[in-house]
Design a protein around this ligand. Structure first.
Ligand SMILES: [Zn+2]
Length: 375
């Protein structure tokens, strides 16, 4: 099942705006009250939370029943996910929210036949809002949509998020398996000998980080404001870079091909403990996000019918794909891998090949491109 969330700007008249904001405010109050309650429970369960909050909040706020239930469920899920983070030893604290977007479902969100307007439940009458099918949204016009959210985005504008889903049939596997390794020098390398470079954007990124470090050391109020503005820009810039490269990667793939990625979790944690010597390295690692790349790859793969698989990342950069030996000293430097069996190739490429080979061996596939050329 492929899924995409698209943002639609809202063009409301004063009356609609007023009733919607009122609904969002009431919803947020209900959400925060449920959150407080769920937080005080050892194991929050929706049913129990319902008994404790529903009638009380109904009386107090007068919020529509459908939304009371949504507020309760959202609050319960939030607390559960924060607890899960805490259990894993990650940083998390009790969430606090001002105005929370309202989650919409098939009871509270509907469309007219041509999907020119969306009809949304509010405290008063349902409001009918015109949908602006912008260029990005048009791609999902034919997809199924039964859920979304409505509320203020991070820039304080009222928007509607719609979640589109589509059943994508997975084609038969073609047997072509490609491993990907995300490098520091290259954006990523695939086991079929392709290097995806950040190129020009690397310089731009460097400038961004220079600016950030200067602002950080300035530490003034206006510097902090500037930093906040900049952080959003940098994030979007990097998503764009990854997007562009992943698009190039998928141009070389066919439905049914398999991509293999390293299962990387907690890489920042493991690199943060190794002292000063790794400070420079750590700086780079923190900058790149494997998760971001993996997310983009997954969403492309769903649309194209490409399989995404994961393997254990241990020693992928130290193992020799020809004789199988694992030797740390074989990785001579950032860019070279050399084994006593005679194999010598780019170190990132070596890792990418190990990644695909590992998956192929575990799943009974012949790994085609392993007849190694010396690169
Ligand atoms: Zn070897």
């Amino acid at each position: 099942m492929a899924q995409k969330t698209v943002v639609f700007p809202l063009n409301l008249n004063e009356q609609q705006k007023e009733i919607l904001i009122q609904t969002i405010k009431l919803f947020s109050q209900a959400y925060n009250a449920c959150l407080d309650y769920a937080w005080s429970m050892d194991h929050p369960v929706k049913k129990e939370l319902h008994e404790k909050t529903y009638y009380f909040l109904k009386e107090l706020l007068g919020l529509k029943s459908q939304y009371l239930c949504v507020a309760r469920d959202t609050a319960c899920e939030t607390v559960l996910s924060v607890r899960a983070r805490l259990r894993k030893g990650k940083k998390a604290s009790k969430p606090q929210s001002g105005l929370v977007p309202i989650r919409l479902d098939k009871n509270t969100l509907s469309f007219d036949k041509t999907r020119e307007t969306a009809s949304i439940t509010t405290q008063g009458k349902r409001i009918k809002v015109p949908l602006l099918w912008h260029k990005h949204a048009k791609r999902f016009e034919q997809w199924h949509c039964q859920s979304g959210r409505i509320g203020f985005d991070s820039r304080g504008r009222l928007v509607l998020w719609l979640t589109f889903v589509k059943e994508v049939e997975k084609p038969e596997r073609t047997g072509r398996v490609i491993g990907i390794d995300r490098g520091i020098k290259h954006a990523f390398v695939t086991s079929d000998n392709k290097f995806y470079e950040e190129g020009e954007s690397k310089n731009k990124e460097r400038l961004y980080y220079l600016l950030i470090s200067r602002l950080q050391s300035a530490g003034t109020k206006s510097a902090k404001r500037h930093l906040k503005w900049l952080s959003g820009r940098v994030r979007r810039f990097k998503v764009n870079c990854d997007h562009r490269l992943v698009k190039m990667l998928f141009a070389t793939l066919n439905p049914g091909d398999t991509l293999v990625l390293e299962k990387l979790t907690g890489i920042r944690d493991s690199c943060g403990t190794k002292g000063k010597a790794r400070k420079k390295h750590r700086k780079y690692l923190n900058r790149w996000s494997f998760k971001r790349l993996a997310d983009i790859i997954t969403s492309f793969a769903e649309l194209l019918g490409v399989y995404v698989e994961y393997v254990d990342p241990q020693y992928t950069s130290q193992q020799c794909p020809q004789c199988g030996i694992v030797k740390k000293s074989n990785r001579k430097n950032q860019s070279t891998y050399r084994c006593s069996c005679g194999l010598e190739l780019n170190a990132d490429l070596n890792a990418a090949r190990n990644i695909s080979r590992r998956w192929c061996m575990a799943n009974g596939y012949a790994s085609g491109h392993q007849s190694i050329g010396l690169l």
